[in-house]
Ligand binder design. Structure first.
Ligand SMILES: [Fe+2]
Ligand SMILES: [Fe+2]
Length: 262
């Protein structure tokens, strides 16, 4: 699955929902569980743009491909936040991006990678950092696709489901980027393979960990993935195809650790 950056940048558009009739939420409102999960997803999407700044000061930004991608990717994620925020708004839930950003700008990628640094006892530098960053990103984007598709299917709602499918479609392109980059970095170095394998099996946690509180994370993962062990195994199989990562089960392990019945 090669990734064409030029084509990606050229064809990238903010997710559109102008053609969807949001007034329908008045007749067919979403249930409280779904709203709670959407709120979580909205926060995570908005948070993405908060940590772009941190990414740009790491070595990854020196890689032209990565830099070009990050700019477009960041814009897409921001609009995912806007789309979900519009849905939440129709249910009286106000998500203020500026407020969220002000609160969380200090956390960022540094925080997300904090456990990695702690665990490895050193700062990851150079190609090893990029290999971790790209593989971690691939796992996060893979779970984003799965989460949006699952929530779309669970609701089968005339407005929510098509909107989530549109977001999921953009997430699949993010998967393609991170996968292409991650695999390339891992192919070059067995040292990177060892580090990434260790980080992904010991440190990786589902998207939102380190940003959201534990109760919120457990709610969303329970809501979306209870009984979905087969789907999580499929995600694990995607990660297992990365050089040096054969046999690892990051999704199944992380969800079982959270006590989710798969
Ligand atoms: Fe997104
Ligand atoms: Fe994404």
């Amino acid at each position: 699955m090669a990734f064409d950056l030029e084509k990606y940048a050229e064809t990238s558009d903010r997710v559109r929902w102008e053609d969807l009739d949001l007034d329908l939420f008045e007749e067919q409102p979403l249930d409280a569980e779904t709203l709670r999960s959407l709120r979580y997803m909205c926060d995570v999407e908005y948070h993405t743009s908060c940590y772009l700044r941190d990414l740009l000061v790491t070595r990854s930004h020196r890689e032209d491909e990565a830099r070009g991608f990050m700019t477009t990717w960041n814009r897409e994620e921001f609009w995912h936040g806007e789309a979900l925020s519009a849905v939440l708004n129709r249910h009286g839930i106000v998500v203020d991006y500026d407020e969220l950003k002000a609160k969380r700008i200090k956390l960022g990628w540094q925080l997300a990678l904090g456990p990695v640094k702690q665990a490895t006892g050193s700062n990851l530098v150079g190609d090893d950092f990029i290999a971790v960053h790209m593989t971690w990103g691939a796992a996060n984007e893979l779970s984003a696709v799965a989460a949006y598709r699952r929530l779309a299917a669970m609701n089968d709602h005339p407005v929510l489901s098509p909107l989530l499918e549109r977001i999921a479609k953009q997430e699949t392109r993010h998967v393609a980027f991170y996968t292409t980059q991650g695999r390339a970095k891992l192919e070059e170095s067995t040292r990177a393979q060892k580090i990434v394998r260790w980080v992904m099996s010991k440190v990786w946690r589902p998207v939102g960990s380190g940003i959201m509180d534990d109760a919120g994370i457990r709610h969303v993962m329970n809501h979306l993935f209870t009984g979905q062990g087969g789907e999580l195994d499929k995600l694990d199989q995607r990660v297992q195809r990365f050089p040096g990562l054969d046999g690892i089960t990051i999704f199944r392990t992380a969800f079982e650790k959270m006590g989710i019945v798969l």
